[in-house]
Ligand binder design. Structure first.
Ligand code: ZN
Ligand code: ZN
Length: 425
């Protein structure tokens, strides 16, 4: 028996209530904040991620799904959401549009990772990117959008973790200080950290090993080493967050694993779980576009895993609004009635009424049981003899009342029932 590949999941109709719920909130919030939707291909030229995410990162070295197509080109399934959007911005000349260009996306993300709860090899992500604006007020807008999403779907107890990791002017000095500090403890570090010290020192602050935690706590802070421009940028961000009454925790251990991040970095953590399972996060990446298109474009964005949002909603016992659409079951007895039922069902569906029917001849009892199982609001019962007299029976399945209705008045009667259902007195 063949099954889904490890680390992937089928999304069944029963799962859709949560998915539609969070997706609808994300889309309406993006509309309110003025972010237009973009869709990029599931796979890209492998070089896009090698140049942006960076050689030497876990993503590029261990986690990408890379393959040669039949023409010999190297392609990679999207391992993160930002680089493809920046590629599209440059490719389509969006730098000529009024800036900033504000984009949102819903995308599948592929990483060959150890599967665990809320972390799949194919997962799905909501993301936004604002391109062409360096002012920190837009950093605050992006953070607010993310928190608005969590709040509107009903997540509570979340915390915003905030840091600034400097830029090309001040980070090299900081990296030197950080490296010097870690060199004095090199023998006590885990194997991974010994490698990071040579290849990607900022990631030292990201180590999850218990034995490395004391060094992370004592390490120099980026915030103490910011240049005047980065400092002013961070002050504007904090002032803007204050103006929106958004609380945050300064967290000097927060660095992003990806090389192109500059200045603002943030994560949102669920209650009491902490960074191992951040709900979402993002940051500024003013250095990214140059790796793709030889053009400097400031940018900031976030990504947040949809499965992880749903997992946290379920942990908190938050159920989606599950208002079922008004639906009608067409029960038929006899061949002529059956044929009439097919036409009637189709007519109702053209009018946007959810209509269900039996696909083969069954007893009325069996059909009404099926109507109940499908949570139909009412049933239209059609028999050959009644139909010959132009009559059908309309039964309200909620109140178990029924009335004879002229076939010609049926659609209007159903429209009235649907209106009453949607707008209860
Ligand atoms: Zn370590
Ligand atoms: Zn700086």
């Amino acid at each position: 028996m063949l099954q889904t590949p490890r680390g992937t999941a089928d999304l069944l109709p029963a799962d859709q209530a949560y998915w539609s719920y969070v997706t609808a909130h994300f889309q309406s919030i993006c509309e309110a904040f003025g972010y237009g939707e973009i869709r990029t291909p599931v796979f890209e030229d492998t070089r896009l991620f090698q140049r942006t995410v960076g050689e030497g990162t876990d993503i590029v070295e261990k986690e990408m799904y890379t393959f040669s197509d039949r023409g010999g080109d190297s392609l990679t399934l999207r391992p993160e959401g930002t680089a493809p959007v920046v590629r599209a911005y440059l490719e389509h000349g969006m730098h000529r549009l009024p800036q900033p260009v504000k984009l949102s996306y819903i995308a599948s993300i592929f990483r060959y990772d150890r599967p665990q709860a809320g972390r799949l090899r194919q997962h799905h992500q909501f993301g936004v990117e604002a391109l062409g604006e360096e002012a920190a007020t837009i950093d605050a807008e992006i953070i607010s959008l993310l928190l608005t999403l969590y709040r509107s779907v009903g997540l509570t107890g979340i915390s915003l973790q905030l840091n600034n990791i400097g830029d090309a002017a001040c980070r090299p000095q900081y990296i030197e200080d950080l490296t010097a500090y870690y060199r004095s403890h090199v023998h006590a570090l885990c194997d991974n950290c010994q490698a990071r010290l040579e290849r990607n020192p900022l990631r030292l602050l990201d180590c999850k090993e218990d034995s490395c935690q004391p060094f992370i706590q004592e390490a120099p802070h980026t915030l103490d080493n910011l240049c005047a421009d980065c400092d002013a940028h961070f002050s504007t961000l904090k002032r803007s967050l204050d103006a929106m009454e958004i609380e945050y925790t300064l967290n000097h251990t927060l660095v992003r694993g990806l090389d192109y991040y500059t200045r603002t970095v943030f994560e949102v953590w669920p209650e009491a779980v902490g960074r191992q399972s951040a709900l979402g996060g993002g940051g500024r990446y003013d250095g990214l576009a140059r790796h793709i298109g030889k053009r400097d474009v400031p940018g900031i964005g976030f990504g947040t895993g949809i499965e992880r949002i749903i997992l946290n909603l379920q942990r908190q016992g938050v159920a989606p609004d599950e208002r079922q659409p008004f639906s009608v079951y067409i029960a038929t007895l006899g061949e002529r009635a059956g044929t009439y039922g097919i036409g009637l069902t189709n007519d109702l569906r053209q009018r946007g009424i959810r209509a269900l029917l039996t696909y083969k001849q069954r007893s009325l009892k069996a059909q009404l049981r099926q109507a109940g199982n499908q949570a139909a609001d009412c049933a239209v019962i059609v028999g050959d003899d009644e139909l010959a007299q132009g009559q059908v029976l309309l039964r309200d399945l909620k109140s178990s009342t029924q009335e004879n209705v002229a076939a010609t008045d049926l659609v209007q009667a159903l429209e009235r029932l649907r209106a009453g259902e949607q707008d209860p007195q």
